[in-house]
Design a protein around this ligand. Structure first.
Ligand code: IMP
Length: 201
């Protein structure tokens, strides 16, 4: 059975195929000719990933998977949150964004530097009633905002996301290691269980 992933990002597509490829044929929305993306007007990761999934489901009539993720920083009241990609401007480099966050938290003690990456994956499944079926899995990776930029792996905010259990940032662990503990890896594996249950696999 075919499931469309509502995004062109090769890295994410590879991750999804690694977890679901054995059970489903995973193709990207780009591969099936969908142009553009849903506007992320939601206030939560759940709302935004659902908007992204429904946007592609309505155009294709196929089951669709979409994700939405971001970084919540306790000291900033959960910001940048759903605005993570747009924080300080979409085109601003992450070196600049990460330095700005370190500056904002420069006087903040360790116990108040809590942060988490959050990922919600939504499956939108067309149904005969016309009301799409929605499955969702949200997972987090907990950590702290570090004191300096460190590491070359990963992307985005990884170089300032310190993992106390490892003593390094999530940009300093390998992609395989990150996948085991990350918000996206965990949400994806939870979604796999939901889909296997739904389709009796
Ligand atoms: P999305 O692709 O719309 O879900 O945007 C998520 C944004 O959150 C990314 O552009 C990054 O800024 C941030 N983000 C999400 N997951 C990660 C991660 O694993 N590492 C670093 N940054 C992340």
């Amino acid at each position: 059975m075919k499931i469309i992933f509502a995004m062109g990002n090769e890295g994410k597509l590879r991750e999804i195929k690694a977890v679901l490829g054995e059970y489903f044929e995973i193709v990207s929305s780009k591969e099936v000719g969908i142009k553009g993306e849903a506007e992320e007007t939601g206030k939560t990761f759940e709302e935004n990933s659902k908007l992204k999934a429904l946007y592609v489901m309505k155009q294709t009539g196929c089951p669709v998977l979409a994700d939405d993720s971001g970084l919540e920083i306790d000291f900033l009241g959960g910001k940048p949150g759903v605005e993570s990609a747009r924080f300080m401007g979409h085109d601003t480099s992450y070196d600049i964004k990460n330095s700005a966050i370190l500056d904002l938290l420069s006087d903040v003690p360790d116990e108040k530097r809590g942060a988490r990456f959050v990922c919600c994956i939504t499956a939108a499944i067309p149904s005969e009633s016309g009301e799409p079926e929605i499955l969702q899995a949200t997972r987090t990776m907990e950590g702290l905002i570090g004191r300096k930029i460190a590491g070359k792996n990963g992307f985005g905010y990884d170089p300032i996301f310190f993992l106390p259990a490892y003593g390094v940032t999530s940009a300093e662990i390998s992609p395989e290691e990150k996948n085991k503990i990350s918000h996206r890896g965990k949400a994806l594996r939870a979604m796999k269980d939901l889909l296997l249950g739904r389709f009796n696999k």
